[in-house]
Design a protein around this ligand. Structure first.
Ligand SMILES: *[C@@H]1O[C@H](CO)[C@@H](O)[C@H](O)[C@H]1NC(C)=O
Ligand SMILES: *[C@@H]1O[C@H](CO)[C@@H](O)[C@H](O)[C@H]1NC(C)=O
Length: 371
């Protein structure tokens, strides 16, 4: 069942009144959910090319997934939307770098500090609006100069009343050079390693939604998705198949692939949550594909990186000479897969070969067991 976005926000308000799982989804009435020009992957890759199972966590033994996060420490913050959105974007950067180098981790706190109006706060937001905000703003810093505090301007949880999370230069990217008692100070960094968003959008909820989500993930990388979190608070692992719950969502996660269950022949989405690795299957869950269970297929958002810094402009430890950036930097410019179709077709052929080999090995093992 599909709910219009306006309708689903009304339902979210109602469920808050009911005192159920507090919704972390908030959508601005004037939010722009699509801003892209490149053709969508399903327009140039036939769904028959998709593998039965595929995960960015294991592409022939290599993981292109960035770290698992916990949005709820040092104190509770309803920032799932920023976590789902930035984890998927960071994965796509890792894919573009072919997994090389230290992972680029994007600053969620910057989004909370500066994207409060556009993207969201500790009291809810939206994945597509996070991409809209970064695209408009022109950058998201790496988290080595703005780490996660789990606070936004209106938060009263934990130590939040004591910290300034307004969008000042100090709260975009900063460093502190020594102890205050020794004359140290925290200074803004004006030019810093960052990533941009080239294009973003949401996958239309229609009859082809499942293959369109799969094609998007397979061709370009993980996506952000909504979910009804109430039934999964106590999730103990395994494939979630219960269709008796509401598809009205209140939480945001990311989908990193899917898996075919050999015994049942059913496919399951591989979903990364932002509740720490003690939850679910090391921070992940599996959810049956194709029934919009818990609303997982209803509002899927994606973004492609524009560019990201790979060599910094060198600044001193105290940030003193950091005001002439842009002159000596290395930037990786992302190329949308629609512009390199031979590469995509080579990947598809390689995956078919691998799948065939796995199948043959299994059959041989089966025959041996029968003897
Ligand atoms: C990004 O996070 C991962 C996991 O915590 C870490 O191994 C990596 O060093 C981080 N990258 C940077 C540049 O800090
Ligand atoms: C973002 O990084 C690019 C290089 O990748 C640089 O030219 C630009 O100045 C940086 N933006 C900011 C605000 O530091």
């Amino acid at each position: 069942m599909k709910f219009g976005l306006a309708l689903s926000s009304v339902l979210i308000l109602l469920s808050q009144v009911d005192g159920e799982y507090l919704s972390e989804i908030k959508i601005r009435p004037d939010a722009v959910h699509n801003n892209f020009k490149s053709p969508l992957p399903h327009t140039y890759l036939e769904s028959s090319n998709l593998p039965d199972s595929f995960s960015w966590g294991d592409v022939n033994g290599v993981s292109y997934l960035t770290h698992s996060l916990n949005q709820h420490i040092p104190q509770y913050c309803g920032s799932c939307w920023a976590h789902g959105a930035l984890s998927s974007l960071a994965d796509r950067i890792k894919i573009a770098r072919l997994g090389k180098g230290d992972d680029i981790n994007l600053s969620i706190q910057f989004i909370l500090n500066c994207g409060t109006e556009t993207a969201g706060s500790c009291h809810g937001g939206y994945h597509a609006s996070t991409y809209e905000f970064i695209q408009e703003r022109g950058y998201v810093p790496y988290d080595t100069c703005m780490s996660y505090l789990a606070c936004s301007d209106e938060s009263t949880e934990g130590f939040c009343p004591l910290v300034d999370t307004t969008c000042s230069s100090n709260n975009i990217c900063r460093t502190c050079d020594t102890f205050g008692g020794m004359g140290g100070a925290c200074t803004e960094i004006d030019f810093f390693p960052n990533a941009t968003v080239a294009e973003y959008g949401m996958i239309e909820y229609d009859d082809n939604v499942v293959t369109n989500i799969m094609t998007e993930i397979y061709v370009r990388g993980p996506v952000a998705a909504t979910i009804n979190a109430e039934p999964i608070v106590g999730y103990q692992g395994g494939i979630f198949t219960d269709d008796s719950y509401s598809q009205e969502s209140n939480h945001i996660v990311s989908i990193v692939g899917w898996e075919m269950d050999e015994e049942t022949g059913k496919q399951a989405w591989l979903v990364r949550n932002s509740w720490g690795q003690y939850w679910g299957e090391m921070g992940y869950m599996r959810l049956e594909v194709g029934k919009n269970l818990l609303g997982i297929e209803g509002e899927v958002a994606w973004a492609t990186p524009g560019s990201f810094t790979v060599h910094n402009f060198p600044c001193s430890e105290n940030g003193a000479n950091c005001n002439q950036g842009g002159s000596v930097v290395g930037t990786h410019h992302y190329v949308d897969p629609s512009n390199k179709l031979e590469e995509l077709h080579a990947r598809v052929a390689q995956d078919h070969k691998q799948a065939l080999m796995k199948k043959q090995l299994k059959e041989q093992a089966g025959k041996r067991a029968l003897r």
